[in-house]
Design a protein around this ligand. Structure first.
Ligand code: LLP
Length: 437
């Protein structure tokens, strides 16, 4: 085994919101991990309202008095209570489906703060969004623009739309979550926007009043946002000469977070890189953060089931699987792993490379590979850090596994915001075929 590939385990320093107490136990925002696990069972997602609030506050401070709207990207974590918290904090929402619209309305988030993105909105979804009275459609193709115009006209209304530009910029991130390159499926090529505006600006069912883009996710080098902003600003200026009333400019989401390696862009640099390029002070800036607000505000607690070795390699099998947290399997993403209690000096010396894996029947079911883990015992808890975004929202029942609960902690309080699934939940929607024809 190449020693250089072995990552250091558990420096006893914790991670954002996670600290070891004097009693050598790990705490998340003042709540003892072992107690949470014992009260609510594992696997267990836990989110902190305070950490969400402080990330949002830092973004709003950076935006200062510039007119803006923060549209929380619901796909990052779509639990009704999380959307409700966002509503209470004054956010709108970025949605990509009728289901997300439904969730927002259920959470009483006002439709006039909702932006609808996505390359394949169905006619029904467009109709539902128009009837709800959303703020803006972020339109990704000429065909979609035409469809929205027809549907809105048929309903006797006019849809406000922004054109989502594909600015053809590179963002240094995983290819699966890079969305602003020339050959990605997203947006309308920056070379075609002017012609499309000339063609469509008089269509009856639409009012083109914004430009948008989203160049990818987990972006650490903020210059990519500046590059995209520059492309949009230049298009916006040209469109203004054609009568475009530039009300909204959305730069999407994408701001990266610290997954435990200390790499984290500054929020101020991020906002500055965008605003520096936008000439009009009256244009309302829309940002659609998901990961930035939720990623480090959430953790996944899991319990060690057993330890085994194969071919000289050590595995710790835990009770969470790739069905609970898909990111490592899908993107080979790295999440910091912490044990529920502090390690003694001798335990820390006594570490060996091991994989932390789930029980799912796939070799891709891992949370950490070749990780320098200490001796863990069956029954110990581990915390998989930075899992508040794209954790539960990407989970499934694969292998007919019941998903664990979700918990929101706020100061001393903890709220169960999704109960643990039962076997009945797995088959609730299934119907038995009948041999009688
Ligand atoms: N706006 C639009 C139009 C988007 O497509 C996305 C994310 C966002 C905003 C929010 O981006 P964020 O601020 O969270 O980076 N499942 C992947 C991430 C997929 C992101 C898809 N679009 C992951 O786990 O890394």
């Amino acid at each position: 085994m190449n020693k250089n590939n072995v990552k250091e385990y558990n420096d006893n320093r914790g991670h954002i919101g996670l600290e070891y107490g004097r009693d050598a136990q790990l705490y998340f925002m003042g709540h003892k991990i072992a107690s949470l696990a014992q009260s609510f069972g594992t696997p267990l997602y836990v989110y902190s309202a305070d950490l969400i609030r402080s990330s949002l506050a830092s973004l709003k401070t950076a935006l200062g008095d510039r007119p803006h709207l923060i549209c929380y990207s619901v796909k990052a974590n779509s639990n009704l209570s999380i959307i409700k918290l966002m509503r209470e904090l004054g956010c709108g929402a970025d949605i990509v489906s009728g289901g997300e619209l439904y969730r927002c309305l259920q959470s009483r988030l006002s439709a006039d703060g909702i932006v609808f993105s996505g390359v394949g909105k169905s006619g029904l979804e467009i109709k539902e969004a128009l009837e709800a009275g959303i703020l803006l459609f972020s339109v990704e193709s000429e065909a979609e623009l035409m469809l929205i115009s027809q549907i809105a006209d048929g309903l006797g209304t006019r849809a406000k739309v922004s054109l989502r530009v594909n600015p053809s910029v590179e963002a240094d991130t995983h290819p699966y979550i890079s969305t602003g390159r020339e050959h990605d499926k997203f947006g309308i090529s920056h070379t075609k926007i002017i012609d499309l505006f000339k063609k469509a600006s008089h269509w009856k069912g639409i009012q083109i009043c914004g430009l948008a883009c989203h160049i990818g996710s987990q972006i650490l080098d903020v210059s990519a946002f500046g590059n995209a902003s520059k492309v949009l600003a230049s298009i916006g200026m040209q469109l203004e000469r054609l009568g475009f009333l530039w009300e909204y400019l959305s730069l999407g989401g994408g701001l990266g977070i610290d997954y435990g390696d200390g790499k984290e862009p500054s929020v101020n640099d991020y906002v500055r890189s965008i605003l520096n390029e936008v000439p009009l002070k009256s244009t309302k800036i829309i940002l659609e953060p998901g990961r930035f607000l939720l990623g480090n505000a959430g953790i996944l607690i899991s319990q060690v089931i057993l330890q085994k070795s194969n071919g000289g390699k050590k595995f710790y099998v835990v009770d969470a699987g790739m069905n609970d947290l898909l990111r490592p399997a899908l993107y080979k993403s790295k999440h910091k792993i912490l044990s529920h209690c502090i390690l003694s000096e001798s335990q820390r010396q006594n570490t060996s490379p091991a994989d932390l894996v789930g029980p799912v029947c796939e070799s891709g079911d891992f949370f950490a590979q070749n990780y320098h883990l200490p001796r863990l015992n069956a029954g110990d808890y581990v915390v998989i850090c930075s899992t508040g975004a794209y954790g539960f929202s990407m989970s499934s029942n694969y292998n007919s596994r019941c998903r664990g609960a979700e918990l929101l902690i706020d100061g001393n309080f903890s709220y169960l915001i999704r109960r643990r699934e039962k076997y009945e939940d797995l088959v609730r929607l299934e119907l038995e075929y009948s041999e009688e024809r």
